[in-house]
Every structure is written in structure tokens, then in C-alpha cells.
Ligand binder design. Structure first.
Ligand SMILES: [Zn+2]
Length: 340
């Protein structure tokens, strides 16, 4: 058993650009030196796996000579000690007055390093949310559109979608991702079809963003959708979204550590949506975790996504429906081959 404060103490004192990430950390990889091109990349992830009672590091930088291992190996590498010494120090077998003192002083406070790039450049003064009173005729019109968007799409109000009436994201709905009450990402979705592009999003590193990360119940499945609104449709906060990107192995690994039940891939209807089809295909044929995942295909040809399913079936329990209809990798790959 390695106590988290010792892991934290080690990382923040000896590694670069350490930042909290869910229950774990991300940082510059001390093994390979991380991305040479981008000094802000943090491709090394440290996470606790309760199943094994281990702190594990994984480096996603291609060519990393030792891309994963337990925290003892990383400690040994960074501190230049043997694995056994690392283990002794991390499990406090070795007497160390500094550490005892640190423990007595309670947890030392470490400050996360901040990226030079990647800010959510949204001015909240440009936005209206549902519980705000619109100021003047123009804002009233935006407010009416926002209200209509919520009602027509059956979006629970707690997701706090806003509308931008001015500024950089003018004429867009702001579809947010919150973590511990703080907005960590958003998509700027065009209010109508005349506005291009349909999505205009802030330029931040998206790889660490997991909708509902802190809310997942490990005893339930995590449902992966394409869009954020589709993920909002899943009950118990068990929906998450790859936010318009393809589902990477890195993303899947993060989710696997957050559910004991498993992951169900529920993208846009592959029968009618080309990007849905391509994204399913990419996971089923190329992901190294493909066989560990379950899959859900929309059984109704007329619905494109989970939001369509919800709008047209007000009483449906989407989480249960997806779990019941989910299929194995084997079945999913055969079914996909039959879609032309
Ligand atoms: Zn590395």
C-alpha cells in the first residue's frame, strides 16, 4: 500500500509540469523526456488502480523506451535507486525523518503547473444561461432560442448550456463540460444551420477531458457517445463523450480505470451516419482494447443518436436500454460488416 501523499510528494518534487488529473496526475514523461515539439504536452499519466492496489504510470509519447510500469519503477528511474529501494521508500519501510515530518505536518500543498496554451477564452458576459434574466429585446430573443433548445432536445437543465449573444462565440450554444463545479471545456454549437462551422471550440488540449469523470459509479457501465448532448441523455451521469474526435486508446484506458463493469461504445447510428460508421470501424478494427469493450448500435434506422431516441421516446430509460441491447466485439464486428 502506497499512500497518495508520498506519490504526490515524489511527483511534484521531482517531475516536470505535474498536474492533477481526476484521481491521478499527468506530467512530462521523465523516462523519454516527452514531446520535443510541444513543451506543454504531458503524455505521462499516473493513476491508481484499486483492483491491483497499484499506482501505475503510462506514457503515450510514441517511442518511449519504457512506456508503462508501476510507480516504484518510475521512482527508481528518476531517483537512480533500485526497485527495492524505491519500494521501501514509497511504502515508508525506510525511516526518513523528512517524510515522517511531512506526514505530521499533514499534506503539503503542491500547486499544479499551468499550461502556456489552452485557455477557455469564453467571456461569461457574452453569454446568457437559463436562470439569468435577459437584458433588453435582443437578449430576450437569444433567451427564447436557448429555452427552445432545452425543451426541444429534452436536455436536463443542470447541464447549464448557455447561449452567446456577443463576442467570439456569438450565435452559438455553449455546451459545457464541468469538473468539480468548474468549466473545463465547451463546444460552441451553431444556433442554426446557416452558421459555419457547426462547432467552433476553444483551442485547449482535449485529451484529458472526460465528461462526468468524478461522477461515474464504478459499479455501472460507462457509455461513450459522440456528442456531449447524447452523453447528457444517459441516466446516472454514466454517459461520456469523445467530443467529436475518434475514440483513442488513451481515452479508453482512462475509462477502463473508472468502471469495474465495463465500457459500452454508443456512437451515432452507423446505418445512416458516415462518421458514426467510420468511428465504430476504427475502434472495432484498430483499438488494442476492442475486445474488452461492448457495443451498442441504434436499433431504429430513423434515429441518428441518443438525443433522437430520447426526444421520440420520453419514457425510455436510456442507460438500461443501452445495457440490454449491448453486444460483444465479435457480434459487433459481424454486424458492422453487414452495413454497406
Ligand atoms: Zn515517455
Amino acid at each position: 500500500m502506497i499512500e497518495q501523499y508520498l506519490v504526490e510528494n515524489f511527483l511534484y518534487s521531482n517531475c516536470e509540469k505535474v498536474k492533477r488529473n481526476g484521481g491521478g496526475y499527468v506530467m512530462r514523461c521523465p523516462v523519454c523526456g516527452d514531446s520535443k515539439r510541444n513543451p506543454n504536452k504531458r503524455r505521462c499519466h499516473i493513476d491508481y488502480y484499486a483492483k491491483y492496489d497499484e499506482w501505475v504510470y503510462t506514457c503515450y509519447n510514441g517511442g518511449c523506451p519504457v512506456p508503462s510500469g508501476n510507480i516504484q519503477s518510475l521512482y527508481a528511474h528518476v531517483m537512480g535507486v533500485s526497485w527495492k529501494e524505491a519500494n521501501d521508500e514509497l511504502t515508508e519501510k525506510k525511516y526518513d525523518s523528512e517524510k515522517i515530518k511531512a506526514k505530521l505536518d499533514k499534506k503539503p500543498v503542491f500547486i499544479d503547473e499551468i499550461d502556456q496554451q489552452g485557455t477557455l477564452d469564453l467571456d461569461l458576459n457574452d453569454c446568457l444561461c437559463l436562470n439569468q434574466k435577459p437584458d433588453g429585446r435582443i437578449q430576450e430573443r437569444y433567451y427564447a432560442h436557448l429555452k427552445k433548445f432545452y425543451i426541444s432536445r429534452w436536455i436536463p437543465t443542470r447541464h447549464n448550456i448557455m447561449v452567446a449573444h456577443s463576442g467570439k462565440y456569438k450565435n452559438r450554444f455553449i455546451i459545457p463540460v464541468y469538473e468539480d463545479g468548474e468549466m473545463i471545456y465547451f463546444q460552441g454549437r451553431a444556433m442554426n444551420n446557416d452558421i459555419e462551422p457547426k462547432y467552433f471550440n476553444p483551442d485547449v488540449i482535449k485529451e484529458n477531458i472526460v465528461l462526468n469523470r468524478e461522477l461515474f459509479d464504478p459499479e455501472k457501465y460507462i457509455i461513450v457517445t459522440e456528442g456531449l448532448i447524447d452523453a447528457y441523455m444517459v441516466e446516472y451521469n454514466q454517459g461520456t463523450s469523445c467530443i467529436g474526435a475518434s475514440v483513442s486508446d488513451e481515452f479508453i484506458e482512462k475509462l477502463l480505470s473508472l468502471s469495474k463493469k465495463g465500457i459500452i461504445i454508443a456512437l451515432d447510428n452507423p446505418e445512416t451516419d458516415e462518421s458514426g460508421y467510420n468511428n465504430y470501424r476504427k475502434i472495432i478494427e484498430q483499438s488494442k482494447h476492442a475486445r474488452r469493450l461492448d457495443y451498442f448500435y441504434m436499433p431504429y434506422i430513423e434515429y441518428k443518436d441518443l438525443n433522437d431516441l430520447r426526444i421520440n421516446n420520453k419514457d425510455i430509460h436510456i442507460y438500461n436500454f443501452i445495457v440490454e441491447k449491448s453486444i460483444s466485439h465479435f457480434k459487433a464486428s459481424i454486424m458492422l460488416k453487414n452495413i454497406i
